[in-house]
Design a protein around this ligand. Structure first.
Ligand code: FES
Ligand SMILES: [Fe+2]
Length: 430
């Protein structure tokens, strides 16, 4: 449970708020590469309560500038890409990718003042299939070279989907190890009564995992250990990444094929974009992933099953032993149901946390601690400024069977070949 003041701190994203300042200290994904092809159209975006337009100029260079024209506010995303920038349709003012006004054709030559006019603009970079923006103050840090972002293209792909609730509800669903035993129960395999290869067994046979949490250079590592009916010990290792990222391992029997990186980027305080970076150790079946995604995400980038249609819940389907929710088998849809129905901004003064909510508690502490650290030192935790340190030797994301008597932290030390806090990143190596 949080106080009202704490809940405000961890959920607000606007400019000038402590949470907004923290989020802005890191690069944030704002669109996928797919959405911004060379020759594509300007894309209006709202990011952390700021209205922006992402565009490519006529040389193909990316720019992220304020949505409303500095002249009299018209929406620039309707504008024309030409003459080295984006031209407003209202009176023809032209802005380059840095927001600099290059031309004011409606002004007589001796009255032009375009050198004095500049739109808000932010630096952007492409990485891991997405376009990232740095909206903070001062010098931008590095975008982290996590394996799922830096791997060769055939092993990864990126999606985004828009969810109608505060970003922290999304993050908290992704770091929550225990909900998988319920919400996603029997979510693998076809909805036809048969369950070949279902992941359910690993999660449903032990409904309350033993949890161990360790602080790392990049956030928090989460170990969830379950005892299977046949005596095997199933360990799932996921991560929280400062300040709004997570990596959940694929929920399949070991050896797992990969995992996902996720970022929950606020659109405003009551909506967010969930970025999904799918990564597999071997070549990724991109067509298969895209097909599943297109079946479940509508052209407006929201889930097909959404609050307005009560997530198309089918009570008959729910009576079968292969459906817990009655909402199909797409796990991200289940998550959307769970987080959106908690309210636009969950009132955490009213919740009752249990022992398996320890990860939620620790991550909230980490977020509040990061805000305090920023206030005291001006620097957020885990920011990377030295390329030589952009390596993450303590990063691991996997599911595995482990020997009796071993716990999650001991397993990670054994597999990574290091003590806590450093060493070669064997698991993350290509
Ligand atoms: S409002 Fe954009 S040029 Fe006038
Ligand atoms: Fe989930």
């Amino acid at each position: 449970m949080l106080s009202k003041a704490q809940n405000d701190l961890v959920t607000q994203c606007g400019p000038g708020t402590p949470g907004g300042k923290l989020l802005r200290s890191y690069w944030q994904p704002i669109a996928t590469d797919e959405e911004m092809p060379i020759g594509g159209h300007p894309l209006p975006l709202k990011v952390m309560d700021e209205e922006l337009v992402l565009f490519r100029d006529d040389k193909g260079r990316l720019g992220l500038i304020g949505l409303h024209c500095a002249h009299r506010g018209t929406d620039l995303s309707y504008g024309r890409v030409e003459n080295g920038g984006l031209r407003c349709l209202y009176h023809g003012w032209l802005f380059d990718i840095n927001g600099q006004c290059l031309d004011q054709p409606a002004e007589p030559d001796d009255k032009k003042f375009c050198h004095k006019v500049r739109q808000t603009s932010y630096p952007v970079q492409q990485k891991g299939g997405a376009i990232w923006a740095y909206m903070g103050e001062g010098q931008a840090p590095l975008i982290p070279d996590f394996q799922f972002l830096a791997a060769s293209e055939e092993k990864r792909m990126a999606f985004r989907v828009i969810q109608h609730c505060n970003w922290l509800q999304g993050l908290e669903s992704s770091i929550d190890p225990s909900h998988v035993s319920y919400l996603h129960r029997l979510s693998a395999g076809p909805v036809d009564g048969s369950l070949p290869g279902s992941n359910a067994r690993m999660f449903s046979e032990d409904p309350y995992p033993r949890l161990d949490i360790e602080n790392t250079s990049f956030g928090v590592r989460i170990h969830a250990l379950r005892k299977m009916a046949n005596g095997e010990n199933y360990l799932r290792v996921n991560n929280y990444l400062y300040p709004n990222g997570t990596t959940p391992a694929s929920s399949e029997p070991p050896p797992v094929s990969g995992y996902q990186g996720r970022w929950y980027v606020p659109i405003d305080d009551t909506k967010h974009a969930r970025f999904e970076f799918v990564y597999q150790h071997k070549k990724l079946d991109k067509e298969g992933f895209a097909k599943t995604r297109n079946q479940n995400v509508a052209p407006d980038l929201r889930h097909v099953r959404r609050m307005e249609n009560r997530y198309l819940q089918d009570r008959e389907e729910q009576k079968r032993d292969d459906s817990y929710t009655g909402m199909g088998r797409h796990a991200p849809t289940h998550d959307a149901f769970a987080i959106e129905t908690a309210g636009e901004i969950q009132d955490r003064t009213q919740e009752h946390l249990g022992s398996t909510d320890i990860v939620i508690i620790e991550v909230r502490k980490a977020l509040l601690g990061a805000m305090k650290q920023m206030q005291a030192t001006g620097e957020a935790p885990g920011l990377l400024r030295n390329p030589a340190q952009n390596t993450f030797p303590d990063f691991i994301c996997t599911g595995d069977y482990i020997p009796d008597g071993e716990d999650g932290p001991a397993y990670c030390r054994r597999v990574l070949g290091v003590g806590p806090g450093g060493g070669p990143n064997k698991v993350a190596a290509e």
